[in-house]
Design a protein around this ligand. Structure first.
Ligand code: ARG
Length: 475
């Protein structure tokens, strides 16, 4: 059943209908559409635009439909164009002419914008729970390996030794920024388009602020043209989801490297690894690889919506129908990846002895020599040069830095006394990095405590917001 047609002499051609139809993907907005219909009904009733008895019948029918959508007994037909027309068809079939009453003062333009905002808010809040669970798993691992030295890298070359707990905890900070992004996005997104009508508002004395409150939004959108045209919230959500995907991808790349035979640092739990169909010995990090691969798809969804929005005239244009699938896909993708990834992190064990043994190789303590000289008053450029000479000498004679003789140190620089050997240990190098954010043990421990308490604060914030939006299926 089309929601228009009075001025047309025929229905759309078959291929036009096929192109136009969105029911295959937008049916998942049904719970939100019904929820916003209930809010719209209350406003119409208050404005005395629907007789009390009729309003009650519509309310009962909507609640019944909500229940049936939830348990899967109410499904759309292949004749339905979209979720809005499908639900109106069902209501009209059940109630007769009064089933069409809700269209007063409302258009599919403000309706779809409202539904999608509700959907996005509900799902982004839900997703933040998965991100928080991953953060917790990372910090638990970081705490477990808070005293384990390992090489730190730049350019994938040994750079300076770090605590492995520090190395792991850095990922929890990336996800903390994603959580902050979701909170910030929420504050801009929690506004209701309902009441904007097609684009200009309504002459029917409706109350958009009342329906906004009823739906759990902070307020109604202040410009009806903006209300039906704005999809910033979709683009921004897709950016946040891409960023989460990129963080997972970079972390996944480390898991792939660390679990390789060459590194041999990480051991994946059997339940979080996969085998090969031909090579019986193989144990592959497929979860990490899928996370890395799916980042591409998340970025693709973001760019497709940005490109669709660019240059789009105001107010509603049918192009906007293309906003849904990318958003649904990115949310679904991460809802699939995050729990598996969290399980992988929580169950991975690391080889302390191997990481520690590797931590002093590659002359990763050369900076200690330079810093020793700087503390003795030597300008850094000279100190760097002297430390470089020590490395060169070691390389040409096949030794490690602490194996140089007193005379050789003195030759590199007169201020390089035998005392320098004291800083040429991994433990000493790590312990000396006491700057805020540095890798010294006490700093890493307090960093983990601070981040854990920030996560707890966020959990309280999210629980409060979730009360408004989540579980809309059940209402
Ligand atoms: N299926 C449409 C969409 O997703 C609903 C809005 C249709 N509005 C219109 N004026 N044709 O955007």
């Amino acid at each position: 059943m089309a929601l228009w047609g009075g001025r047309f002499s025929s229905g759309p051609a078959g291929d036009v209908f096929a192109l136009s139809q969105s029911i295959d993907f937008d049916w998942r907005l049904a719970p939100y559409d019904i929820r916003s219909s209930l809010a719209h009904l209350a406003v119409l009733e208050k404005a005395k635009l629907i007789a009390e008895g009729d309003a009650e019948k519509i309310r009962t029918a909507l609640k019944q439909m909500q229940k049936e959508v939830r348990d899967g007994t109410l499904v759309p037909s292949s004749e339905d164009e979209d979720v809005h027309s499908a639900l109106e068809r069902v209501m009209t079939e059940r109630l007769g002419a009064i089933g069409g009453s809700l269209r007063a003062g409302r258009s599919r333009n403000d309706q779809v914008a409202t539904d999608l905002r509700l959907f996005a808010l509900d799902h982004m809040l839900e997703l933040s729970g998965f991100v928080v669970a991953l953060q917790r798993a990372i910090l638990t691992k970081a705490d477990e390996y808070v005293d384990a030295p390992a090489p730190g890298f730049t350019h994938l070359q040994h750079a300076q030794p770090v605590l492995f707990g520090h190395e792991l905890a850095k990922h929890a900070h990336s996800f903390a920024r994603d959580i902050d992004r979701i909170k910030d996005w929420y504050l801009r997104t929690s506004f209701s388009p309902l009441g904007a009508g097609a684009l200009a508002g309504s002459s029917l004395h409706l109350d958009p602020q009342a329906s906004a409150r009823e739906l759990g939004f902070d307020a109604a959108i202040a410009n009806s043209i903006d209300a039906v045209s704005d999809r910033d919230f979709v683009a921004e959500a897709l950016f946040i989801l891409s960023m989460i995907g990129i963080h997972l991808s970079r972390m996944g790349e480390e898991w792939c490297l660390w679990s390789s035979t060459e590194f041999g640092w990480a051991k994946l739990d059997d339940a979080y690894a996969t085998g090969s169909s031909i090579m019986p010995q193989k144990k592959n990090p497929d979860i990490a690889e899928l996370a890395r691969g799916k980042a591409g798809r998340l970025i693709g969804n973001l760019t497709s919506v940005l490109a669709m929005l660019k240059g789009l005239p105001f107010a509603y244009n049918r192009d906007l129908q293309e906003d849904k699938e990318p958003l649904f896909d990115s949310l679904d993708t991460l809802a699939l990846v995050l729990p598996a990834f969290t399980g992988m992190v929580a169950t991975t064990t690391f080889n302390r002895a191997k990481m520690e043994a590797a931590s002093s190789t590659g002359f990763s303590l050369a900076t200690e020599i330079a810093d020793f000289l700087v503390r003795a008053g030597i300008p850094f450029a000279q100190a760097h040069e002297a430390a470089g000479q020590c490395v060169h000498l070691c390389e040409t004679t096949g030794r490690d830095l602490h194996e140089l003789t007193d005379a050789e140190f003195a030759m590199a620089h007169p201020s390089l006394t035998a005392e320098v050997r004291k800083v040429l240990t991994v433990e000493g190098a790590i312990a000396s990095r006491t700057t805020f954010g540095g890798t010294a043990p006490a700093n890493v421990r307090s960093q983990i405590v601070a981040l854990n308490s920030k996560i707890t604060e966020n959990e309280i914030w999210f629980a409060d917001k979730t009360k408004h939006f989540s579980g809309m299926m059940g209402q």
